[in-house]
Design a protein around this ligand. Structure first.
Ligand SMILES: NC(=O)c1ccc[n+]([C@@H]2O[C@H](COP(=O)([O-])OP(=O)(O)OC[C@H]3O[C@@H](n4cnc5c(N)ncnc54)[C@H](OP(=O)(O)O)[C@@H]3O)[C@@H](O)[C@H]2O)c1
Length: 276
């Protein structure tokens, strides 16, 4: 018997892990409606319907949901849209924090507020929220991103408990480093100049972060894992998709004290030049 085609709405579907997830869902037979700021009105490419979407703009979120709803209501909503700003806590501007929170966290809140009534009316659905390993531990010079992903982790626990009676299931995806992201979504805080008192440690950590992403896990594999998981009736609340050493880092972080964790993380991310 032929499987009934299901519909997934995907935010941040123009690049990185969002794009890989879009492709995997499409290959698995889903009708995919992807949203991103760089998409023009109602185009279709490789069988994927693309609609413009800026998750920081309530009107754009409403329009995306209205148009996507006219095409096909969502069986699944996959929220991948995200960005980060690299910088020290002292020098990252409030406005830079606001931009990251607005995209990564409030963007999800806006989308969910539009989608939840539709899923309730239809008797259920699946909501996938992209968190990160940073949602579980704080990494130096990524405080805005780390705070936004911790917010998502807490929010998801509340959401999952509230929507369960309506047949709506929530899944947090916690990726480790994947070689997928684009530098344009990782700007530096404006104050991170060579004159910054943090410059040497910041450059060391930024270099490590870049190297880890460039040599990270296969983004195609992550897309396929999500598509496979969404095909099941029951989905797990947490799906960590990371290398063995990043799984280990999370485990250690959970069981070691804060002082030891800080020492381990500083050692990993920060190499100081030896004085001549
Ligand atoms: N790559 C990794 O190693 C990694 C690790 C852990 C977690 N993650 C998470 O995975 C997700 C994807 O990250 P990535 O690094 O793979 O991709 P990426 O290349 O950084 O792509 C970011 C995506 O978000 C979209 N986006 C940004 N701002 C948006 C806005 N205001 N409204 C709508 N869409 C917006 C971008 O599209 P437009 O510019 O076209 O709008 C783009 O499609 C993020 O949530 C990220 O935190 C990634």
């Amino acid at each position: 018997m032929k499987k009934e085609q299901k519909t997934a709405w995907v935010t941040g579907g123009s690049s990185g892990l969002g794009l890989h997830t879009v492709r995997a869902l499409r290959e698995d037979g889903w009708l995919v409606i992807a949203g991103a700021r760089s998409f023009r009105e109602n185009t279709e490419e490789d069988g994927v319907i693309r609609l413009p979407l800026d998750v920081t703009d309530p009107e754009s979120v409403r329009e995306f949901c209205r148009k996507a709803g006219e095409i096909s209501p969502p069986d699944a909503l996959v929220q991948c849209a995200g960005m980060l700003v690299l910088g020290s806590c002292e020098e990252t501007e409030t406005e830079e924090y606001r931009r990251v929170m607005d995209t990564n966290f409030l963007g999800m809140v806006r989308m969910n507020r539009e989608v939840l009534p539709r899923m309730r009316e239809r008797g259920g659905g699946k909501i996938v929220l992209f968190s990160s390993i940073n949602g579980l531990m704080g990494i130096p010079f990524q405080s805005a991103y780390t705070a936004s992903k911790h917010a998502i982790e807490g929010y998801a626990e509340c959401l999952a408990a509230e929507v369960k009676p309506f047949g709506i299931r929530v899944m947090l995806v916690e990726p480790g480093d994947h070689r997928s992201g684009s530098e344009k979504y990782r700007p530096r805080a404006a104050a991170m100049t060579p004159d910054s008192p943090y410059a040497e440690e910041f450059e060391s950590a930024a270099g490590r972060i870049r190297r880890d992403e460039n040599s990270g896990s296969d983004p195609d594999r992550l897309g396929r894992k999500i598509a496979r998981t969404l095909d099941r009736k029951r989905i797990p609340f947490r799906k960590r998709i990371a290398s063995a050493d990043q799984h280990l880092a999370v485990y250690i972080h959970r069981f070691l004290g804060a002082e030891i964790n800080r020492t381990v993380l500083r050692k990993y991310y920060i190499r100081r030049k030896r004085k001549a």
